[in-house]
Design a binder for this molecule. Structure first.
Ligand code: C2O
Ligand code: CU
Length: 522
């Protein structure tokens, strides 16, 4: 039978401060965060589920993990420790290139998604390690990662990145949110704060009757892959580790930092009473001005930071709905289960409720680097040449999507944004040529990329970490390999080994090699 919706309250994950105080001054700290196997209750009526989760100790570990709150310009060191058992709780799949330890254990490595940090702290898929660092991958160099937090403030997340195991390790629960704050600039905007500032980590899952996570490992088709499936879709929608939770709210403003942490499912969320979202940021940056939208299309790994104004409608119960087909955009429409996300139960303000002094700011913080298809130091058609941009520069990439699916592109280190999305005409001829020659210029991309232009949504016109690539389109993105708020180069050596990667953030695609190295030149 299916689970009853809206019976578990929405939790907020524990917060860990990524800085300390000494004599009233903010100082750097070192954190140790572990990965533990434990049991997690996803729903009142579902037996406990074995999960792999992050926490400062097993007891406090949560699905998703704790929220790390870092300060702009205050470096943070994190020692990530693997305390996982010898065997994975999900099927191990040797049919894709994967980390295989000789002595058992679960290979893991942590990537801080959206962050500008040295390559040795990037969480290379080849820098994996098992429990107690008993075994390490070929790119492993250090147990403690350093995050300089020099980029603009915004919303990031951390998650596993082990070779061939990313989809299983995230499915198991190895993910959490990370915030970079800059209070002197952003506090005056009077966004909803403290108890009115909420994280919503959305992730679809499937469960067996005994409560364990279900991951299909029967293969896409006998001749395609014996175990690997092209996309993981679960019919249960979880938010902050609860299946279809509810949240009691008052008639006041709330800030919702929404992360789609699903492996493959896109969400197109809206509120059932028509309350719009005032988008103030996306991924690791703020917008230059808020944008009001009735719904938000959120790809895997994408983040939107929104203000919801008071739930001002007379409706006492407001559902968050999902209308995105899976796979996106041409797959099945969501059904009665995965078409719902959570419910807000509006309760009247009591006399003791504090007044709401928050606002939706009318102006936010501009960035030094204006994104337009203007001067770029390098223009690339993305085909199988390893990319080698220069540190401190901006590039234009034309990303060609010849598949039928939308793919969420993620670039490590570089922040980027779409400036043009143009449909390819005579797609079959172009795709046929690309299949043989694999060279966009020789296949005449400019002759084909002459179809209708789709405008980039206003609320995505900021420095992003994930950009959605529509099928049959050439998407032109501006990629900045420098600090986008100051126009300065990174204050660390971004050219060191093992470099970075860019990839599709549908984890099943990423694990099956839809990922490429990215090596920065001085
Ligand atoms: Cu969010 Cu390479 O990952
Ligand atoms: Cu993909």
């Amino acid at each position: 039978g299916s689970l009853q919706m809206y019976v578990d309250p929405l939790p907020q994950m524990p917060k860990i401060r990524g800085y300390g105080f000494q004599q009233g001054r903010v100082v750097p700290v070192n954190l140790t965060i572990g990965m533990f196997q434990k049991k997690w209750k996803f729903h009142r009526d579902l037996p406990e589920t074995p999960v792999f989760v992050y926490g400062q100790c097993a007891d406090s570990a949560t699905f998703p993990g704790p929220t790390i709150v870092a300060r702009h310009d205050v470096p943070l060191a994190v020692t990530w420790e693997n305390h996982l058992p010898d065997r994975h709780i999900l099927p191990w799949d040797p049919t894709v290139p994967t980390a295989i330890p000789n002595h058992g254990g679960v290979p893991t490595v942590v990537h801080l998604h959206g962050s500008a940090h040295p390559p040795q702290s990037d969480g290379s898929a080849f820098a994996w390690f098992t429990a107690g660092f008993r075994e390490t991958g070929p790119a492993w160099t250090q147990a403690t990662y350093s995050y300089p937090n020099v980029q603009p403030p915004g919303n990031l997340w951390y998650h596993d990145h082990a070779l061939g195991l990313t989809r299983a390790n995230l499915l198991a629960g190895l993910l959490g949110t990370y915030v970079i704050e800059k209070p002197e600039v952003y506090a005056p905007m009077d966004l909803p704060c403290n108890g009115d500032d909420l994280h919503l980590v959305i992730a679809d899952r499937s469960f067996n009757a005994d409560g364990s996570l279900y991951m299909n490992s029967t293969g896409a088709a006998p001749l395609v892959h014996p175990q690997w499936q092209p996309e993981y879709f679960g019919e249960v929608v979880t938010v902050n580790g609860k299946a279809w939770p509810f949240l009691a709210v008052h008639r006041r403003r709330y800030r919702l930092r929404i992360l789609n942490a699903s492996n493959a499912r896109y969400f197109n969320v809206s509120l059932s009473d028509g309350t719009p979202f005032h988008v103030v940021g996306s991924d690791a940056s703020y917008l230059t001005a808020p944008v009001t939208v009735p719904s938000l299309l959120i790809s895997p790994a994408e983040i939107f930071d929104v203000v919801v104004d008071s739930f001002a409608s007379p409706t006492a119960e407001v559902e968050m709905l999902n209308s995105a087909p899976h796979p996106f955009p041409t797959g099945a429409a969501p059904g009665p289960l995965n078409g719902k996300v959570m419910k807000f139960v509006v309760t009247p303000n009591g006399p003791r409720d504090p007044p709401d002094n928050s606002t939706v700011p009318d102006r936010e913080v501009p960035y030094a680097g204006v994104a337009s298809p203007g001067p770029a130091s390098e223009t690339r058609h993305i085909d199988p040449v390893t990319e080698t941009p220069r540190s401190g520069t901006t590039e234009l990439w034309h990303v060609i999507n010849l598949t039928g699916d939308n793919h969420p592109l993620h670039i490590h280190l570089g922040m980027f944004q779409a400036v043009k999305m143009q449909q390819l005409l005579d797609l079959q001829a172009f795709a046929g040529c690309m299949a043989q020659v694999n060279d966009a210029v020789r296949c005449g991309v400019d002759r084909h990329a002459v179809g209708p232009v789709v405008t980039v949504p206003e609320h995505e016109k900021t420095w992003k970490n994930v950009v959605k690539m529509p099928p049959g389109f050439v998407t032109t993105v501006v990629v900045a390999f420098k600090l986008v708020d100051t126009d300065q180069p990174y204050p660390f050596d971004a050219t060191a080994e093992p470099g970075y990667v860019y990839h599709c953030h549908i984890l099943d695609h990423e694990d099956n090699a839809m990922i490429r190295p990215l090596k920065l030149l001085p």
